[in-house]
Design a protein around this ligand. Structure first.
Ligand code: FHN
Length: 575
């Protein structure tokens, strides 16, 4: 504990030092400490909640205006019904605290163009256009401040389906767009309002930069930094002008990313904005493991809730978040302010975070009673379970540690072992370092983004299944290497499939941006009698550093949708 307090004091000094030089650097240091935040998508779209005129729309709920091509005049009617009488800012902020979150980001204006705060720049806002007539953002920013939660706004700066010169609404406004009119008339004044009316903002979260020019983005950035020099800007402002990297939605890099600070925005089910039908809630065990995964790779986790039109955060979301909060109460030391893993992360048994003189081993898939951990050259003085403080028995021979563990996890979600080491910073065997990507890399289904409404991950078999609806190619797995893979690879597939379901063509694609693959290998799913097997795939997969993601899908027919895919293995050619 004393060591931890000393470390906290040192961290505070470094923040003060950084702050003396550069407010953005100091803000980034604070952001890095926080690790876990609440994202809130709340707007008029919570009324239709995924259905329009009796029809269900697939996809994310806040996009219903776009998916159903709802005319502006009809969508505006929703404002006249929006009356969130159950909204309680203190309850929301308290939920974030109970979940162990340290910051909160809420949609001030999403792509539908409706301002969820009292805007003078556009009367299409919650105070002027709804029966509610109040500004919930005033209450929420104050409730966060009372609880020491950092506060930030989401703002859709380019897409605005309500405005003729905003981007995205081609059904009402098929004519030529003059983005400058929208940018000067709405974006700049509204961003000014957000930065001047709600106290200090930890960050402003721009989204889908689209068509804004370099000059416009520069002006937007300057406005933010002039009004609040320590307000951080995410990379989705565009043109490389953000302070930190926003990964794609629900996209966790496959490896440690240490060159810059980053954050993963993620959903608790499949949608951001409230959608009645979407009950595909993620398992708390999975979310807790993902939090450890993200922190061990150097990132922050921004986890979303989508409140109802009445202003209630769904019961299921609350339950999940409080479960995470309980885990953090006992194990937060291994998360807040922790550094990324000094090791390469070869499988999904463990993740590692660090503080001076300490390593935290997060056992996210229980290894059983004999756990061998290789690659640490520093001498381990002591080891104990973080949650119970009970010692863990181990033997160290050179860089090999052999732990003797109970047969079952100490914590069903993630058991953390603290290692007190003789060095301030761990010494790691060169071939195990986090930046040494080996010749053979496993892309586990668990580390992939699950793309689609039907696809599911099963923790017991460590595999993803339900690769349905091949015609829309929506049920897929996507892995994000963020520059960590480059070269030509042979590929192996580890999967199980009943003989009756065999036969579909599978595709492993390499994508640049959110485009169809520019390169791919294909094969056919063969039956395995339901057992997991590893089979080679014909062809060679070429990956370059600027490729965004690698996908697995059934592009032609989904007869084999029930296959269980555990991992792809990439074996660098010539190795
Ligand atoms: O289009 C939006 C989407 O509605 C949601 O707001 C997410 C959150 O990251 N961002 C965009 C898509 O990336």
């Amino acid at each position: 504990m004393r060591r931890f307090c000393l470390w906290l004091a040192l961290a505070a000094v470094s923040v003060v030092k950084a702050g003396a030089q550069d407010p953005t650097a100091a803000a980034l240091a604070r952001f890095d400490e926080m690790k876990f935040g609440m994202f809130i998508h709340w707007g008029l779209y919570a009324i239709p909640a995924g259905e329009w005129k009796g029809q269900y729309y697939r996809g994310i709920g806040e996009w219903i205006m776009h998916h159903a091509r709802i005319p502006v005049r009809e969508y505006e009617e929703l404002a006249r019904q929006f009356n969130p009488v159950k909204f309680d800012a203190d309850q929301w902020a308290q939920l974030a605290r109970d979940a162990g979150m340290r910051y909160l980001v809420i949609t001030a204006k999403h792509h539908d163009g409706f301002a969820m705060y009292g805007s003078k720049a556009s009367s299409y806002n919650i105070v002027d256009a709804t029966p509610y007539k109040r500004d919930p953002m005033k209450d929420l920013s104050a409730a966060c401040a009372r609880r020491g939660l950092a506060f930030g706004f989401y703002y859709s700066q380019d897409q605005d389906w309500h405005e003729p010169h905003g981007r995205g609404n081609t059904w009402d406004f098929p004519g030529e767009r003059k983005p400058e009119i929208y940018f000067r008339g709405k974006v700049l004044p509204q961003v000014r309002e957000l930065l001047t009316g709600y106290g200090p903002l930890a960050l402003i979260w721009f989204d889908t930069p689209g068509m804004l020019s370099v000059a416009q983005v520069k002006e937007l950035r300057n406005l933010v930094k002039t009004l609040q020099p320590s307000c951080l800007i995410n990379s989705r402002i565009g043109h490389g002008m953000g302070d930190y990297l926003q990964t794609s939605d629900n996209a966790i890099p496959i490896q440690v990313l240490a060159k810059q600070k980053w954050e993963v925005p993620a959903t608790l089910n499949n949608t951001w904005g409230y959608k009645k039908r979407d009950q595909n809630w993620k398992d708390p065990a999975d979310l807790i493991a993902k939090l450890a995964d993200i922190v061990s790779k150097g990132g922050n986790y921004l986890l979303n809730v989508g409140p109802t039109a009445e202003g209630v955060i769904p019961e299921a979301s609350q339950r999940i978040l409080r479960t995470i909060g309980k885990w953090l109460e006992a194990n937060g030391e291994a998360i807040y302010g922790a550094g990324h893993s000094p090791f390469y992360l070869p499988d999904i048994t463990w993740r590692c975070t660090t503080k001076p003189g300490r390593l935290y081993l997060h056992l996210i898939n229980w290894p059983g009673p004999n756990f061998r951990f290789e690659g640490l050259e520093s001498k381990v003085n002591r080891a104990w379970f973080l949650a119970t403080r009970k010692p863990v028995s181990f033997q160290q021979k050179g860089s090999v540690l052999d732990f003797r563990l109970p047969p079952r996890p100490v914590d069903p979600y993630n058991t953390v072992i603290v290692l007190e080491i003789a060095d301030e910073a761990p010494r790691v065997a060169p071939d195990r370092r986090y930046d040494r990507i080996p010749a053979q890399v496993d892309l586990w289904a668990w580390t992939a983004r699950l793309r689609g409404e039907e696809i599911r991950y099963d923790r017991a078999s460590l595999s993803a299944t339900n690769f349905h609806k091949a015609e829309t190619e929506r049920n897929e797995l996507w892995w994000y290497p963020y520059g960590s893979l480059e070269g030509e690879y042979r590929v192996e597939l580890t999967y199980a499939c009943s003989d009756a379901a065999a036969g579909s063509v599978f595709r492993i694609g390499v994508h640049r941006g959110n485009q169809p693959p520019h390169h791919e290998v294909r094969g056919r799913i063969e039956g395995t009698g339901g057992k997991f097997v590893t089979r080679p795939v014909d062809g060679v997969l070429r990956i370059s550093p600027d490729d965004l993601f690698i996908s697995f899908s059934l592009p032609e027919g989904d007869a084999s949708a029930s296959l269980q895919l555990r991992k792809l293995t990439l074996i660098r050619k010539g190795s």
